[in-house]
Design a protein around this ligand. Structure first.
Ligand SMILES: Nc1ncnc2c1ncn2[C@@H]1O[C@H](COP(=O)(O)OP(=O)(O)OP(=O)(O)O)[C@@H](O)[C@H]1O
Length: 405
């Protein structure tokens, strides 16, 4: 699949922008701060309904404007779909699909698939467990959009359950009313939590060999990555590792969560917080025998982060349910961060993608391999305060035009 067009209204720096996009490689080129990432962030939003840079809508709306609009034309297995998202602070984002009535944005999940590489990916390795959980959940949701609802239910349940536990802690004892309400939240936590946990475990099983393969493509060296999952729902004596969970059905996992809730109840009341469930689990990343976090070198962390993204792309390609929806690859500012060898290797690895969008501040940051590849390469020059000049270098590429604030 690929995007054929992208229009922005009051999105980030753009009052109005209209771009025609083509399959193959498109490089957005321009000086720092000019608005290159803003463009690819909008593309990624059409797939993830979020941003890799911010967790709320407000920063994506142009300063002084009330709402932003992202319109995308998507070509997938011969069919064209148009999506028009409206982002408004303090309101739920909406989408119109093929000019239909506005509906909640979640309805569009699964139409566009993207895999985005960015300098922020280093936090997947260095950051706290929540960034790795988010990575898993976002990838799983992009492949199975129904999980968006499961995640929303789960997060709401954890919030409500925590409020109840805090109230029990404040009153210094568990009343009958607390026990009755807690039982209801436990059931809900277990129902949504088991679906989420099952999705994560199945994803890790599919992802690990692909991350392995991707890492070997990007880096040399004897040590290879491995992924394991430590779950809070297993008794401590069981070491909490995924190997014990991967054959469990959703019903088995639901039962495990309920048992864990019972086991931990006194501790939960004492601390006023939910201690069991996928929100307390950890995706552990190792390189050879050692954890990547705290041990891997800067270069190794970079290779690992890139391998997680490349592996995500491979998992999408292997997915039977994807129906020709090979993701759009977005490489935001990554080449500038890499040495020449890894730059070329990454460029080689992505050459076969249907559509690749690259941002770069200077021409030299674009690997030669991309220019010499078999795909068309289009260069979109992003400049402040004027219409963007574009040029197709090597082979073909439809000219694109952009208006910039
Ligand atoms: N909501 C907003 N309203 C107006 N301007 C914004 C908004 N959000 C970000 N900006 C501006 O957008 C610019 C950053 O754009 P962007 O991140 O796309 O730059 P870039 O071209 O990718 O730069 P670099 O090469 O440094 O990564 C900043 O100058 C910032 O002030």
């Amino acid at each position: 699949m690929h995007l054929e067009s992208l229009s922005l209204m009051d999105f980030r720096t753009y009052r109005s922008l209209d771009l025609a996009l083509t399959p193959g490689i498109t490089v957005f080129l321009g000086p720092n701060g000019v608005g290159k990432t803003n463009i690819v962030e909008a593309v990624d939003f059409t797939a993830t309904l979020g941003s890799h840079r911010v967790s709320s809508t407000a920063p994506m709306i142009r300063a002084g404007a009330e709402r932003a609009v992202i319109r995308a034309g998507v070509r997938r297995a011969g069919h064209r779909t148009t999506l028009e998202f409206v982002l408004e602070t303090g309101k739920s984002n909406t989408v119109r699909i093929n000019r239909g009535s506005p509906t909640r944005a979640r309805q569009a999940l699964g139409t566009v698939h993207t895999v985005l590489f960015s300098p922020e990916d280093l936090t997947l390795i260095k950051g706290d467990p929540s960034s790795r959980r988010a990575f898993l959940d976002e990838l799983a949701t992009s492949m199975r959009p129904v999980l968006a609802g499961v995640r929303a239910d789960y997060e709401k349940t954890v919030r409500q359950r925590n409020a109840l536990l805090r109230s029990a802690r404040t009153s210094g004892r568990i009343t009958e009313a607390h026990t009755a309400t807690l039982a209801v939240w436990d059931e809900q936590l277990a129902t949504a939590g088991a679906q989420l946990l099952h999705a994560r475990i199945q994803l890790i099983k599919a992802l690990e060999p692909e991350v392995h393969r991707a890492y070997a493509q990007l880096a040399d060296g004897p040590r290879l990555p491995s992924l394991s999952y430590r779950s809070s729902v297993l008794p401590e004596a069981a070491d909490g590792r995924i190997a014990q969970l991967e054959h469990f059905s959703v019903a088995d996992l639901r039962q495990l969560i309920l048992e864990a809730c019972e086991r931990k109840q006194a501790q939960e009341v004492e601390r006023g917080v939910s201690l069991v469930g996928p929100h307390r689990d950890e995706l552990e990343l190792s390189l050879g025998e050692l954890p990547a976090r705290g041990y891997a070198s800067h270069g190794e962390m970079w290779s690992y982060a890139l391998a997680l993204r490349l592996g995500s792309w491979y998992v999408h390609l292997d997915d039977d349910r994807s129906e020709g929806a090979s993701p759009v690859l977005i490489l935001d500012d990554v080449f500038a961060e890499l040495d020449a060898r890894r730059r070329d290797r990454l460029a080689h690895a992505v050459l076969s993608a249907e559509q690749v969008l690259v941002t770069a501040a200077v021409d030299d940051d674009v690997p030669q391999v991309l220019r010499e590849g078999r795909s068309a390469i289009t260069v979109v020059r992003v400049a402040p305060g004027e219409a963007v000049s574009t040029g197709a270098s090597s082979q073909t590429g439809a000219p694109a035009e952009a208006g910039h604030e």
